[in-house]
Design a protein around this ligand. Sequence first.
Ligand code: GDP
Length: 140
Amino acid sequence: MAVERTLSIIKPDATRRNLTGAVNARLEAAGLRIVAQRRIRLTRAQAEGFYAVHRARPFFDGLCAFMTSGPVVVQVLEGENAVARNREVMGATDPAKAAPGTIRKDFAESIEANSAHGSDSADNAAVEIAYFFSGLDIVG
Ligand code: GDP
């Protein structure tokens, strides 16, 4: 399996509870290397742009309000099969359905405030990484 990169976001519910290090420990223990990382406060326009694919969904407004409610940590993860690996470590979208030992099972507050984002395909990872980082920001 090839070395890949994926975009991860530690969401506002996790930064508010001071869980950045705890989430990062899970990622690193899973063999994912944090090769870029920045703590930012998303604007409404930035959140809407990032989640544009969900614009028609009933939860879109709430999701954008949540994602702008506090700081997030955007990061690029690198490793073997990184896209799928990060999705495994995060767990299912709904923490009630997430497997034991996953980030969302252990840390998420709700299906919306679910602590972490991870790209769902290599193609989307490339687009999402470019949304937040330039090549010079990524140090492998
Ligand atoms: P992900 O790839 O597991 O993050 O899930 P999606 O791409 O389907 O959804 C993006 C984000 O929207 C999720 O991580 C949640 O924060 C939020 N979300 C997804 N489904 C729901 C829902 O049914 N209700 C609410 N309130 N938020 C949701």
